[in-house]
Write a protein that binds this ligand. Structure first.
Ligand SMILES: Cc1cc2nc3c(=O)[nH]c(=O)nc-3n(C[C@H](O)[C@H](O)[C@H](O)COP(=O)(O)O)c2cc1C
Length: 465
């Protein structure tokens, strides 16, 4: 069988993830493997149609396709995302149709599931038969058990193809409506929203002034008493996507530093506002690869948040309610930075008048929340995610990401439970008593619920708090 490998690492042959493929190749040498470094070569593939068609030809003549990629900011790299966009833009979906597909990725398991969901759904949009995913920790290949797992995974993929087995579909196709938004005029007599001294930044990526999102941005601008800053990220000088070289790990200096305007843009614009409004259009099952480039390139800051305690709003054109995976990514990114997501509004259901009112309401609530400094407590998305970062930076990633380590130490982010003095005291006091004294244990559990709320009750009853 011929297996096409779509390598999504900007590092090409130096990819960690690729080693998993080479291991499979060693174990199943009778198959033909065609490794295609599509992320590393994205600029060539964009410019050179012939080279792009060569890749598509390899897909056409293969029996199975493996999406092989590293996690980049909860998804695939911007270069890989761009390759996926090219498939749709250049109408070559047919090459993928009915091919069996699987996915092998490496990461530290920080939002690997959102990247997997994305590629799984894209495969199904391409009418591929998606067999399964293998999400390895970067170094899993060193572990004998995981190597056995990988062999079983590959075996299943090959046998599914050979036996033409039938696999289930998980993601229904997206339905977009053909709707043109035009400002309704309902906001004409509305009081303008006073921005006081708040700095508002709108980031958008529209390429057509007549697009719904462009018109929605204009409506938003008119809601405020003063001029607000709108930046189209296509106007920012960005020479390319993150290369994954991790040289930024030591001192947060990006290798592109003086080669383009991104670092400057980041420090002067992207981290200086009080209120951020992203105005974006859905592209496949995410936003544009241009936006992904901005988010990937922001990785030069490592794993520390550089925008903390700010308000975020999203204005989206396209069927975001059908892509809960994307909503999760947005929520997670905001929560992990201890910021607050006020709302995500869209043009997917409503008429223009309702959209106008939603834009106005979003603008008003963003300012209100910014005035009161409200930050919603993080959910599992932030609490779980932060623990993965904390442990990795304290442990095995520290020598690479020394800048992160310094920040975590200085800002008290190493909140390990073994350092919780209060918990330690309680455990030392109660555990031996409960182990030794059955009467005490019974009494303890009979009063556990009443005792648990006592400190909370003291707050509720305190007239000063
Ligand atoms: C820009 C960038 C973003 C990353 N984002 C994530 C992430 O969101 N989740 C995660 O678990 N690992 C993340 N990683 C770690 C890589 O996924 C991991 O190192 C991977 O094994 C690299 O594979 P490769 O050598 O094949 O490129 C990121 C690395 C880089 C450089």
């Amino acid at each position: 069988m011929k297996i096409a490998i779509l390598n999504g690492s900007p590092k090409g042959n130096l990819s960690v993830t690729l080693q998993y493929i080479l291991y499979i190749q060693k174990k199943f040498p009778h198959h033909e493997y065609k490794i295609l470094n599509v992320a590393q070569q994205i600029k060539t593939l964009e410019k050179n149609q012939e080279k792009f068609e060569d890749i598509i030809e390899e897909i056409k003549t293969s029996d199975g396709v493996i999406w092989e990629f590293p996690l980049y900011v909860m998804l695939v790299s911007s270069q890989y995302k761009r390759f996926i966009e090219l498939i749709f833009e250049r109408n070559v979906e047919d090459a993928f149709k009915n091919k069996y597909a699987s996915l092998i990725c490496t990461s530290i398991h920080f939002y690997d599931h959102t990247a997997i969901n994305y590629i799984h759904a894209i495969s199904e949009d391409l009418e591929m038969k998606f067999v399964g995913h293998f999400s390895a920790d970067m170094m899993d290949l060193m572990d004998e058990e995981q190597r056995k797992n990988l062999i079983s995974f590959a075996e299943d993929f090959f046998s599914t193809i050979e036996n033409k087995l039938v696999v289930s579909r998980r993601f229904p196709p997206l339905k977009s409506r053909d709707f043109e938004y035009n400002p309704s005029g309902i906001l004409t007599n509305k009081e303008k929203i006073n921005i006081n001294d708040k700095k508002i930044l709108v980031l958008t990526d529209y390429t057509n002034e007549d697009a719904n999102i462009a018109k929605m941005v204009k409506t938003l601008q008119k809601c405020f008493s003063d001029k607000i800053e709108v930046i189209n990220i296509y106007d920012v000088d960005i020479k390319g996507g993150c290369l994954g070289c991790i040289q930024c790990g030591y001192d947060n200096q990006c290798v592109y530093k003086d080669k383009d305007g991104f670092t400057d843009f980041y420090h002067k614009k992207l981290r200086t506002a009080d209120v951020y409004i992203y105005a974006l259009t859905i592209k496949d099952r995410y936003f544009s690869s241009r936006l992904k480039t901005v988010w990937d390139r922001s990785f030069f800051n490592g794993h520390v948040p550089t925008v903390i305690g700010k308000q975020f709003g999203y204005i989206v054109s396209g069927p975001i309610s059908q892509i809960p995976n994307l909503r999760e990514i947005i929520c997670a990114m905001i929560e992990i930075s201890d910021c607050n997501l006020v709302d995500i509004i869209t043009d997917e259901y409503y008429d223009s008048q309702t959209i106008d009112l939603m834009i106005y309401s979003l603008a008003k609530r963003l300012i209100n929340y910014s005035n009161s400094n409200f930050i919603n407590p993080g959910t599992y998305l932030a609490v779980g995610g932060k623990k993965i970062f904390r442990d990795a930076i304290y442990g095995r990633m520290r020598f690479v990401f020394q800048a992160d380590h310094r920040y975590y130490e200085e800002h008290g982010l190493y909140d390990f439970p073994q350092d919780d003095e209060q918990a330690k005291k309680m455990n030392e006091m109660f555990i031996p008593l409960m182990e030794k004294d059955e009467k005490f244990r019974k009494a303890f559990y009979s009063r556990a619920n009443t005792e648990m709320i006592k400190p909370l009750q003291s707050i509720v009853r305190d007239p000063k708090k």
